[in-house]
Design a protein around this ligand. Structure first.
Ligand SMILES: Cc1ncc(COP(=O)(O)O)c(C=O)c1O
Length: 323
């Protein structure tokens, strides 16, 4: 494993830890026997408190919270949510109160136990109520009920969240002057939108949806791109979303996905099954199908999420420590 850093603008509001991006070069064996060089942008190593894409998505929102003198931030997430985990850690760091409204009844996952330990107040929401999380009237009612003065959208999905991810694109651009193909896992698509906005036409960004049938992701990305780039979107990187690599649905796994994660573990590239494992699985398949041009530089964005590995009993490395 080769790993080295290059500076990105520090934008963690309160920590000096985000001063480097880490690149790892791996060689990926393909089913037809070819060996594919791959550059992995290890965002999971960027920030100790909010690793992966989280620090990028949350930093602008937290800065706004500070400017508006907000004291109590409310957001939504599942029992293994990387987003709530990171928000709790950063909230504590910045002396902000945090509230997490959790899908379902299970507040006892290691993820949420840690979040609670960092001061996040957690409340369960039934699945039917959780489905209303994007509804402004429901959000307002939650803010009143839990005495919050700022709402952080689920997954940081808003133009501010996407704007924070532009520096990821800038870091890729800096390293690959003649362009590259960039593969990234998507949930809300916020990270992808920011990366696309940070790149230009020399780059193609391929988003791998971790969800089954999330056909609204395209619209969310377009909305964030419109907010970021306005009518200049013609100059941005080309992008495309793939919906066929969900492996059965969100947080579902299959034997192929497990094999990819095992391969990563043996090559110093820890992945998790919900997002990054699916991205590497898709990347391999798209190389085989010719959708990815093996002759051009190829980047996999490691968006973090390793704390969530603890939710999968079959993963030997189940004990990724909390912060
Ligand atoms: C580890 C990881 N990778 C990728 C994503 C997808 O990011 P986005 O919702 O910005 O598409 C998430 C969710 O935030 C995540 O936790």
């Amino acid at each position: 494993m080769k790993s080295f850093g290059s500076p990105v603008p520090p934008h963690h509001p309160h920590s000096e830890t985000l001063t480097h991006v880490h690149w790892q070069q791996v060689t990926l064996p393909l089913p037809d026997g070819r060996q594919q060089p791959l550059q992995v942008l290890r965002l999971d190593r960027c920030d100790a408190l909010a690793p992966g894409n989280k620090i990028f998505k949350l930093s602008g929102l937290l800065r706004t919270a500070r400017q508006r003198e907000c004291r109590r931030l409310l957001s939504f997430g599942g029992p293994w949510s990387n987003h709530l985990h990171a928000l709790a850690a950063l909230g504590r760091e910045m002396d902000l109160q945090t509230v997490g409204l959790v899908r379902g009844e299970d507040l006892a996952t290691p993820t949420l136990v840690e979040a609670a330990g960092w001061g996040m107040a957690l409340y369960p929401l039934s699945r039917s109520l959780y489905r209303q999380r994007h509804d402004p009237a429901f959000q307002l009612a939650c803010m009143q009920d839990y005495r919050a003065d700022m709402l952080i959208p689920e997954g940081g999905d808003c133009p501010e969240g996407a704007r924070g991810c532009q520096v990821i694109g800038a870091a890729i651009r800096q390293r690959f002057e003649s362009g590259a193909q960039v593969v990234v896992a998507t949930g809300t698509g916020t990270t992808l939108a920011g990366i696309v906005a940070g790149l230009d036409k020399r780059f193609q960004v391929l988003g791998i949806s971790a969800l089954k049938g999330a056909l609204d992701t395209q619209q969310r990305i377009l909305a964030n791109l419109q907010a970021l780039a306005g009518d200049n979107d013609e100059t941005l990187a080309d992008w495309r979303l793939y919906h066929e690599f969900h492996c059965g649905g969100f947080a579902r796994t299959n034997s192929e996905l497990r094999a990819v994660i095992a391969w990563g573990d043996h090559h110093g590239l820890p992945l998790e099954p919900v997002y990054t494992g699916k991205a590497l699985l898709a990347l391999r398949s798209l190389l085989s199908s010719g959708d990815i041009d093996a002759g051009r530089p190829l980047v996999l964005v490691h968006t973090g999420g390793l704390q969530g590995r603890r939710g999968f009993d079959w993963l030997a490395l189940g004990a990724q420590p909390g912060h």
